[in-house]
Every structure is written in structure tokens, then in C-alpha cells.
Design a protein around this ligand. Sequence first.
Ligand code: YOG
Length: 134
Amino acid sequence: MPVDFSGTWNLISNDNFEGYMVALGIDFATRKIAKMLKPQKVIKQDGDSFYIHTTSTFRDYLLQFKIGEEFEEDNKGLDNRKCKSIVTWENDKLVCVQTGEKKNRGWTHWLEGDDLHLELRCENQVCKQVFKRA
Ligand code: YOG
């Protein structure tokens, strides 16, 4: 049985979000707003199908995918760059590779105790986020 990430999760820590946003080319004014946010994630996991809705007072972002199926991702409201994305299981970790203009772009989700962890990668920057159940 795979891990179940389903639930509503609130951000409690956000390490090097600034470096990640700089690597994505997010402008100064937008970064200033974005780093103040405490996003919430609503995750619905149904077999191989995932729904991950990241919401905040400023922007929100919806991602829906199936494990192992490549899809076009538009990153609308984020850096707006299109990429080809694919999410797979690596043991109990959910790993996304986002192939496009930015090298080494992707993310990994995993559970640790009661917490949801997320590593966001772009070029040489790694942002580490931790969420607790709402
Ligand atoms: O999560 O891809 O759970 O999609 C990354 C923000 C900030 C907008 C958030 C809005 C990258 C301004 C999504 C924050 C910075 C800054 C709330 C992370 C870009 C723009 C939406 C992500 C995956 C894995 C699912």
C-alpha cells in the first residue's frame, strides 16, 4: 500500500524559498509578497490520480496528474514557464521531474511522522517546506 498524502496541510516552515524564487526568475516585488504567505495544500489521492491544490491569499495553483504519465505543466501564476512533468514513486516518496528551460527542476513530497515534507528544486537551489495537518 502506498503512502496516503490526502488531507489539508498548512505550511509551518519554508527554508530557502527566496533562493528558489530567484532561480525561477521571480521579480523582487512578487518575492516580497510571496515570502510572507503561509500556503495551504489540499491533496486528494485516489489510486494513481492526484489533485494538489496550493492556496494562499495572493495566488493559488492547482496540479492534477496520474503517476507515470507525462503532462504539460503551465505553472500559471507561478513563473508561467511551461514544462513537461512526470511524477513517479521512489519508495514512499512522490517525485516530480519538470523538464523545460530551467535545469534540475522538480519536487519531492514525503511524510515524516505527522508532517508533510516538500523539497522544491530549481537549478542549484533547494527550498524545503514542512506542512502540518490543518
Ligand atoms: O507544489 O509546485 O505540492 O504543484 C511554488 C511557488 C506564490 C506566487 C508554489 C504563490 C514558486 C509568487 C507551488 C504560492 C514561486 C511566486 C502559493 C509549489 C513562484 C511564484 C501558490 C508546487 C507542487 C507540490 C504541486
